[in-house]
Design a protein around this ligand. Structure first.
Ligand SMILES: C[S@@+](CC[C@H](N)C(=O)[O-])C[C@H]1O[C@@H](n2cnc3c(N)ncnc32)[C@H](O)[C@@H]1O
Length: 238
């Protein structure tokens, strides 16, 4: 039931009250309570079906007094500061950014654990440009699938020095799974480039952008561990 991705998310929680936004099956809240990593959890989802399944699982594990389910969109179901840690996992990066933007006051009152399934670049840009600090990132994998996890809080961080840093942040330079993340990005960029080259109406600006980024990825791969650590917020803030 608990995949490496979910275990990784759970390993970063140490909360009195946690909120799991888009809980689906409620596996994360159940494990948070079972392991003592959270005293109480608010498990939310925008759809009634997942909330009913989550409620069934919570009852099965006898945790109804510690895990409360709420039906509703994003952070709108929380009061500011009600949860000390908010988890938003298993969704696209752009959707996560939209959820934060819709209820900024609530997002800014808690520690955030974000685990985007795609559009990590767009999410990092949103965070940096909207006064959030990415304090730490982790990489987890399940076979060939590679996942990013971000620990975030409200505050100012310097923008990344170059565009490629929003794809592969320099503070991941020494992460043991960085090679897997670079390989994933390489596959992603090559697919986009192939699509752009095959397209009748060639978007030369986009094509050039991805060709340049692909070259930069190659350089990062060769020089792993030697990039600028200016944005290492985990070191700066801990
Ligand atoms: C793929 S599941 C991820 C489940 C779990 N968080 C995980 O990481 O495995 C995404 C869940 O998010 C819910 N969801 C999508 N948009 C949402 C929103 N704006 N607010 C709350 N839940 C949302 C979906 O209904 C679905 O149950």
């Amino acid at each position: 039931m608990l995949t490496p991705r979910l275990k990784c998310i759970i390993s970063y929680v140490n909360a009195g009250v946690a909120a799991d936004i888009g809980t689906d099956h409620a596996y994360v809240p159940i494990e948070l309570v079972r392991s003592g990593r959270a005293g109480r959890v608010i498990a939310t989802d925008v759809r009634r079906g997942p909330i009913e399944i989550a409620t069934g699982h919570i009852e099965k594990y006898g945790m109804s007094d510690r895990i409360e389910t709420r039906l509703g969109a994003g952070l709108s179901v929380l009061a500011p500061g009600e949860a000390d840690t908010i988890i938003i996992a298993g969704m696209g990066g752009e959707l996560i950014a939209e959820i934060l933007a819709a209820n900024g006051e609530i997002a800014r009152a808690s520690k955030l654990i974000l685990q985007p399934m795609n559009s990590q670049y767009e999410l990092r840009r949103y965070l940096v440009e909207n006064n959030y600090i990415i304090e730490h990132e982790d990489i987890e994998n399940e076979g060939q699938r590679v996942y990013d996890l971000m620990l975030v809080r409200s505050g100012y961080m310097d923008p990344f020095a170059t565009d490629i840093d929003y794809h592969i942040p320099p503070y991941l330079s020494e992460h043991p799974k960085l090679g897997m993340l670079i390989d994933k990005k390489e596959r992603e960029f090559k697919k986009i480039i192939a699509g752009l080259r095959a397209s009748r109406e060639r978007d030369s600006v986009r094509l050039e952008y991805y060709e340049e980024r692909l070259n930069e990825l190659e350089r990062i791969k060769i020089g792993k561990g030697v990039r600028d650590h200016k944005n290492d917020n985990s070191k700066k803030n801990n």
